[in-house]
Design a binder for this molecule. Structure first.
Ligand SMILES: *Cc1c(COP(=O)(O)O)cnc(C)c1O
Length: 340
């Protein structure tokens, strides 16, 4: 029986559910791992995660389909990306099969928390990995925890999709050749202050430029850019210092193979931004959020698609990808993992 939750009034926040998955790594190997009802974590006061921020995470969603099944979208890519993040932070990799098994077990055990088809709400899944054993000198933790919990979240856009006003940040999102490509709390911690500055100035997000030259578009704190040219091509920034968004990679495929659009993944000079017809941000949370205006110290760009609604090309991309995720449009081979 579905829980008695008002799905339409849910926002994006943590709601503890009945079960979560936990596994421990020690002496070179993972233990068996399994579900627990305990929503708290007890660790040493000197845990690697607390002292030196040795932690990384993932984010994906489970969807209810019209036929009642529950599915996830390309979770194998989240598993691989968590491994990339783990390697850069000197943490043990979670094997892909173990990641997918944790996902299956946890979503199944909490299936009453998966919002029904048609509500626009979804079950957000948060896998994460952290140094749980004690350190004092700077070194990787001696033991690690992999955990995965879920939380129902509401439709991202309540009351329609409104284009955002963003600004070019004076801060860098990540070190020039450092850690920009991994999904780590430390990058988010560093983005809190610049995010607060942007919000206080009336902007929804920061556009970060590349830290090395400050001439190329990178991404925002938590989403990649996708641009549409006046002649209907899709352009998306190529950089090893941005997070490889699974939504962006999927949209690129959808643009080429479902909509027959030309796609260019390349360096995007900031000067070029004023020439684009439509601009969007992409990530798991919103799929695509449109941008209507971009301000910086030297001026302001009014995106031609305007401040009232998402432009036609991004709208088509968005509805095609959400159709694939919700099971109303046939997915490419291997994109959908049926959980139950
Ligand atoms: C998670 C994340 C994204 C979006 O990635 P998806 O896989 O599409 O959810 C983009 N940028 C950053 C910095 C992120 O952490």
């Amino acid at each position: 029986m579905a829980k008695d939750i008002d799905w339409s009034s849910l926002g994006f926040g943590y709601m503890p559910t009945d079960y979560r998955y936990n596994a421990e790594w020690k002496d070179g190997k993972w233990d068996k791992g399994g579900l627990t009802k305990d929503s708290t974590v007890t660790i040493s006061e000197s845990a690697g995660v607390l002292q030196y921020a040795q932690t990384c995470f993932e984010g994906l969603k489970a969807y209810s389909w019209q036929d009642g099944s529950i599915v996830c979208f390309r979770p194998d890519l989240n598993a691989k990306r968590l491994q990339d993040s783990a390697r850069r932070l000197l943490m043990p990799e979670v094997p892909e099969e173990m990641f997918l098994d944790a996902l299956d077990q946890t979503v199944k055990a909490n299936k009453d928390f998966v919002p029904p088809y048609g509500t626009g709400a979804t079950l957000y899944v948060r896998p994460f990995l952290f140094g749980s054993g004690p350190v004092l000198g700077v070194s990787p933790a001696p033991s690690f925890t992999f955990r995965l919990f879920v939380s129902p979240v509401g439709p991202y856009f309540k009351g329609g999709i409104k284009p955002l006003k963003i600004c070019v940040s004076d801060y860098d999102r990540a070190a020039p050749k450092g850690t920009g490509h991994i999904k780590a709390g430390l990058n988010y911690a560093m983005s809190l202050y610049p995010g607060d500055v942007a919000h206080k100035n009336g902007y929804a997000e920061n556009m970060y430029l590349d830290a090395a030259t400050r001439t190329h578009v990178e991404e925002t704190g938590g989403a990649n850019f996708i641009f549409v040219t006046k002649d209907g091509r899709i352009i998306t920034p190529k950089s090893d210092t941005i997070l490889p968004s699974i939504t962006r990679r999927s949209l690129v495929y959808v643009a080429e193979h479902y909509l027959g659009l030309k796609v260019e993944e390349r360096v995007v000079p900031f000067e070029e931004v004023a020439e684009f017809e439509e601009i969007g941000l992409c990530g798991t949370a919103a799929v695509i959020s449109p941008i209507g205006r971009i301000d910086w110290k030297g001026g302001s760009i009014q995106v031609p698609s305007g401040m009232d609604e998402m432009g036609p090309v991004l709208s088509k991309l968005r509805s095609t990808l959400t159709g694939i995720q919700e099971g109303t449009i046939e997915a490419p081979e291997g994109w959908i993992r049926k959980i139950c």
